[in-house]
Structures are given as structure tokens and as C-alpha cells.
Design a protein around this ligand. Structure first.
Ligand SMILES: CC(C)(COP(=O)(O)OP(=O)(O)OC[C@H]1O[C@@H](n2cnc3c(N)ncnc32)[C@H](O)[C@@H]1OP(=O)(O)O)[C@@H](O)C(=O)NCCC(=O)NCCS
Length: 150
């Protein structure tokens, strides 16, 4: 059974292992800082005591209103396509909703078609393209959530 729950500090090594497998681009210790600042919107998926996926949502103040951003989401490869990512995204969207944060954005690499399709199914739409957004020069597609879904 897959358990979706809030991140706890002892999940750190599991999250970092997935980050390395899927991205290998973030400073691992940044995740502890993200946790300290965004405890309520950092979720993990656990299976048999092992962390198999995570999502980090961050909140920030933009022109006097609070905005939400899905900073990163990843699922261990053997666990992809089972609905875990959808469950994690719904958890973070519900938490943003509970906090009255309606303006939710994310960035995704422009060639990550699967992720773009995944976000579309979760009610995100494409807002634009940011050229050279990533440190390796890749472009980012900017997506915005169209509103809460249960
Ligand atoms: C993108 C990502 C987070 C999606 O998570 P996921 O757990 O695989 O997503 P879901 O299973 O909820 O949905 C994805 C697919 O599984 C299918 N699916 C959903 N529920 C399912 C179920 N119960 N059984 C079988 N398939 C299912 C969906 O139709 C979808 O298919 P498609 O993507 O091939 O069109 C994951 O694939 C991932 O970690 N990718 C690598 C990292 C990444 O790109 N992150 C996003 C950029 S920041």
C-alpha cells in the first residue's frame, strides 16, 4: 500500500536518492531549507517503509499576494505510472487551497512531454516559455493552475 504523508526529517536521504536518480541538479541541503520554510506543502509517498516519491510546494510573496509554486516532484522509476504522482499533486494542491493560495505556478523542462501531459491532466495550462531558464540552457514551460480540483 502507498502512504501519502507529510515529509519528516528522517525522509531526507530517501528524497535525495530520488532527486539524484531523476534530476541530479539540486543541492541536497536545499531540501532541508525548503522543508523548514514549507513544512505543510512537502509530501512524500511511502511504500514498505521506503520513500518512493515526493513533491515540494513553496509559497512566496509576489506583489503583496501569496503565490504557490510546485518546486519539484519525482517518483522512483519502478513506481511511475501507478497514480502516485497524481496523489502527491492533489495533496499539495489541497494544502495550497486550504491556505487560500489560488495562484499556483510551476516550471517544467520544455522537452519533458510526459510531465507536461501529467500537469495538464491536473488542470494546469501553459502560460508561456522562458528561454534558457535552466542552468544547462534548457527552456522552461511555465504552467498555471486553473483552479482547485478535489
Ligand atoms: C512526471 C511524474 C512526476 C508523474 O508521476 P507518476 O506517478 O508517474 O504519475 P501518475 O501515475 O499519477 O500519472 C502518470 C501516468 O500514469 C498513468 N496512470 C495514472 N494512474 C494510473 C494507474 N492507477 N495505473 C496505471 N497507470 C496510471 C497516467 O495515465 C499517466 O500516463 P502517461 O504519463 O503515460 O500519459 C513522474 O513520471 C516522474 O517522476 N518523472 C520524472 C521526474 C519529472 O519529470 N518530474 C517533473 C518535472 S519537475
Amino acid at each position: 500500500m502507498i502512504l501519502i504523508r507529510k515529509f519528516q526529517p528522517h525522509d531526507f536521504s530517501g528524497v535525495i536518492a530520488i532527486e539524484r536518480e531523476q534530476f541530479g541538479e539540486h543541492d541536497p541541503y536545499m531540501y532541508m531549507t525548503l522543508y523548514e520554510l514549507n513544512e505543510d506543502t512537502f509530501f512524500v509517498a511511502e511504500h514498505g517503509g521506503m520513500v518512493v516519491g515526493f513533491v515540494v510546494g513553496v509559497s512566496s510573496l509576489v506583489e503583496a499576494s501569496v503565490c504557490g509554486r510546485v518546486f519539484s516532484i519525482a517518483i522512483l522509476e519502478p513506481y511511475q505510472g501507478l497514480g502516485i504522482g497524481t496523489q502527491l499533486m492533489k495533496s499539495v494542491l489541497n494544502e495550497f487551497h486550504r491556505k487560500n493560495i489560488g495562484n499556483i505556478m510551476l516550471e517544467v523542462r520544455s522537452h519533458n512531454y510526459r510531465a507536461v501531459r501529467f500537469y495538464r491532466r491536473l488542470n494546469f495550462t501553459i502560460q508561456g516559455l522562458e528561454k534558457g531558464y535552466y542552468t544547462d540552457g534548457d527552456d522552461a514551460i511555465i504552467m498555471k493552475h486553473r483552479g482547485w480540483m478535489p
